[in-house]
Design a protein around this ligand. Structure first.
Ligand SMILES: Cc1cc2nc3c(=O)[nH]c(=O)nc-3n(C[C@H](O)[C@H](O)[C@H](O)COP(=O)(O)O)c2cc1C
Ligand SMILES: CCCCC(=O)C(=O)O
Length: 363
């Protein structure tokens, strides 16, 4: 497999079509889903020449978590739909690659088991973060937080773009509403009753809940899904430690901008005080370089990990991460950049608008 696109095609060939559509799909007309990738394609890279350099160091430290590459595994639900080993395979591959994995609250494996798998992938420890939808039942939300802490998660990623579930027409068409028998969201098991609770996406969640969470845990808090620069400023005032600039891969509000289009504004709004991670449409090492040049501290990938997992379990996820790592390394070399800190906004230009006449070409 030469690139992530080939993984996508191969994954579709092996997945149940309804599950392939669940992974691939977006909300509504899928405008934002397409926009994420198109926006990367509209950015051009501008290399510098004759600058020497050598082996690229791709390591980053994010909120105290050390990673071998600036590419995280964004949280995605239901990995056992892609492969019987599910999140365990993903965690081992992430750990072996030194990539931070953000375990989804909607995982088909408990966060404790995911953490144990990550340790087998990298015995000196592999950074694991936990994604949380704040539940209106705060007692249960606190149970989830303690489980993540006990599992050794190093940060909480609080998804705030989901006051309601996105409208996924592919799932409605396919009648995909529930997990198959035998699979469930293990993290949602309620120790008070032994039952598995449904995930509540509630419009009643507010900044008050972020403050509550801030008081409830000492883990770093990353807000996932802030898109408005004013909300980035509000997040700072609420003591948030990082932002994951995300439109949920085009699966929540359709019609919102591509994340990389918003990146410069969000980076400006946080004034360097907290890291901004970006996800949505990252498919190439060149995309990673573009996002980092525009000020992202790192990027996340969602669907490509599911494709790798579907194609070949742990090995497939490992190959997806390795392809991105290699491509990023090669991109930096061709850009004449000696390491991640060398990437600057000057390395990126917008493509001319369609039909535009280049300056000096008018007659
Ligand atoms: C199948 C699928 C399931 C997802 N599940 C979650 C989830 O449980 N929690 C969450 O915060 N985001 C979830 N996301 C959004 C991802 O974290 C991420 O924002 C998005 O996939 C990034 O875009 P990309 O797929 O283009 O890389 C999901 C995305 C997909 C495609
Ligand atoms: C209840 C699971 C939510 C998964 C999710 O966030 C998505 O499919 O985008």
């Amino acid at each position: 497999m030469l690139n992530l696109r080939e993984f996508e095609a191969a994954a579709r060939a092996v997945l149940d079509p309804a599950h392939a559509d669940y992974f691939a799909g977006g909300a509504g007309d899928e405008l934002t889903l397409r926009a994420n990738e198109e926006a990367f394609a509209r950015l051009r890279l501008l290399p510098r020449v004759l600058r020497g350099g050598g082996k690229q160091d791709l390591a980053v430290t994010l909120l105290g978590s050390r990673a071998a590459l600036p590419i995280l595994i964004s949280p995605t639900a239901f990995h056992k739909l892609a492969h019987p080993e599910g999140e365990l395979a993903t965690a081992r591959a992430a750990a072996a690659a030194g990539a931070i994995m953000i375990a989804s609250m909607a995982a088909t494996t408990s966060v404790g088991d995911i953490a144990a798998a990550a340790r087998t992938g990298a015995p000196d420890g592999a950074p694991l973060w936990f994604q949380l939808y704040i539940q209106p039942d705060l007692e249960f939300t606190e149970i989830l937080v303690r489980r993540a802490e006990e599992a050794g998660c190093e940060a909480l990623v609080v998804t705030v773009d989901s006051p309601a579930r996105g409208a996924h027409e592919r799932d409605r068409r396919n009648g995909f509403t529930d997990l198959p028998d035998g699979l469930c969201c293990e993290n949602l098991r309620d120790p008070r009753t032994g039952r598995v609770l449904p995930i509540v996406m509630s419009p009643e969640i507010t900044w008050w809940h972020v403050d509550w969470l801030r008081r409830t845990t000492s883990l770093p808090l990353v807000l996932k899904g802030v898109l408005h620069p004013e909300d980035a400023g509000i997040a700072l005032r609420h003591g948030v430690d990082g932002l994951l600039l995300s439109n949920h891969g085009g699966r929540q509000l359709d019609g919102v901008p591509a994340t990389v289009e918003l990146l410069p504004e969000i980076v400006a709004a946080v004034e360097g005080r907290i890291p901004v991670i970006l996800d949505g449409g990252v498919r190439r090492g060149t995309d990673v370089a573009k996002a980092l040049a525009l000020g992202a501290a790192a990027v996340g990938v969602g669907r490509p990990v599911l494709w790798g997992l579907a194609v070949d379990g742990e090995r497939g996820v490992g190959q997806v991460l390795e392809l991105l790592r290699e491509e990023l390394d090669h991109t930096l070399t061709l850009l004449g950049v000696g390491g991640l800190p060398g990437l600057t906004p000057g390395h990126v230009r917008p493509a001319p608008a369609a039909g535009a006449v280049p300056p000096g070409a008018e007659r």
